[in-house]
Design a protein around this ligand. Structure first.
Ligand SMILES: Cc1ncc(COP(=O)(O)O)c(C=O)c1O
Length: 321
């Protein structure tokens, strides 16, 4: 559980840098009633040795966010470069020197009753200090829940649509109450989709396997990073294909990926050991590689990172607090 955020933390709201305590919306806001917002999540890692903070793939996250806002016809009137500049500026203004999480949120902002959306949109960017989301050092116990993953024909899972996260909240609540660390959701067809807030990977017969985008998953950026690391650093074959529930019980290794969970090993599923019941070698290697890459310690993957405290030219967006 993360600590409450200090109300003096500077956020970007209404085209200005303001303290969190002053960033307020009306109780009648459309998105609050109808879930008509789209968010994203970006990690920043502080590295003591390099005395710098690295944002992980900020432009890719902002590109996904803007594209997916289009599904809900919410317009974000800034480029991915401008959004990244705002994020760098927020980290600098708050003088953060710790791991953190960036939360961009765009939403239908009309203040009235009635679900039919109009063209009034707003967006905000928040940056908060953030440690580990799940303690996965010893490996997690995951459970398949009774809730099914939302279908693309109802609410597209590939976008981080606010209202869609009721599905994740119901799933993780059920999993926690039943003694599991995290929920795994099946599609209506009974295939494995993903966890409540992360993508899933299996290792079986030397291959890395993950459900494809058409299985109602969020197209995770960590998922993409891990697939690249597996192919290029470990020379592993990566297969995107449907996964049956029972394959969870016969695979050799399992892990979740996500901005929040990073690479989180799963050592038990539905009260059965995954493989040997210990964190597997492929999972351990990928977790190590991802951590090193995200902290700016692997030259080959530095292109994923935006250093915050290295001089960045021409800050132009927004006004001073
Ligand atoms: C439902 C869901 N799946 C997967 C992910 C992982 O996506 P990413 O790696 O882009 O954070 C997230 C987290 O953001 C999520 O909410």
């Amino acid at each position: 559980m993360q600590a409450e955020v200090n109300q003096n933390v500077v956020v970007y709201f209404d085209n200005q840098y303001v303290p969190l305590g002053e960033a307020r919306v009306s109780i009648l806001t459309h998105a609050l009633h109808y879930g008509t917002g789209v968010f994203d999540g970006i990690r920043g890692y502080w590295d003591d040795k390099q005395h710098d903070l690295f944002l992980v793939r900020p432009q890719d996250h902002y590109q996904r966010w803007k594209t997916n806002c289009g599904i809900l016809r919410v317009d974000v009137p800034l480029t991915t470069e401008e959004l990244t500049e705002i994020t760098v500026e927020l980290v600098r203004r708050n003088r953060f020197q710790s791991n953190l999480y960036v939360r961009p949120l765009a939403y239908k902002s009309a203040e009235r009753i009635g679900v039919i959306p109009d063209d009034r949109n707003a967006f905000a960017v928040m940056v908060v200090p953030f440690g580990d989301y799940l303690d996965s050092r010893k490996g997690l116990h995951a459970g398949v829940v009774s809730w099914r993953r939302i279908e693309d024909t109802a609410i597209p899972a590939r976008a981080k649509i606010c209202g869609a996260y009721v599905n994740s909240a119901l799933a993780s609540d059920e999993a926690r109450r039943n003694g599991f660390d995290e929920a795994i959701l099946l599609t209506e067809a009974g295939h494995v989709a993903e966890a409540a807030s992360s993508n899933i990977f299996l290792v079986r017969r030397g291959k890395l396997i993950t459900p494809p985008a058409s299985e109602n998953i969020l197209e995770g950026i960590t998922r993409d990073s891990v697939m690249e690391l597996a192919r290029k650093e470990l020379r592993l074959e990566v297969v995107e294909r449907p996964v049956d529930r029972s394959e969870l019980y016969v695979c050799d290794e399992m892990f979740f990926t996500g901005t929040m969970v990073e690479v989180a090993p799963v050592v038990r599923v539905d009260h059965r050991p995954v493989g040997s019941g210990q964190i597997g070698p492929v999972t351990a290697e990928l977790r190590h590689l991802y951590t090193q890459a995200a902290h700016g310690r692997l030259e080959a993957w530095r292109q994923w990172l935006m250093p915050v405290y290295e001089p960045v030219a021409n800050f132009s967006v927004g006004s001073a607090v």
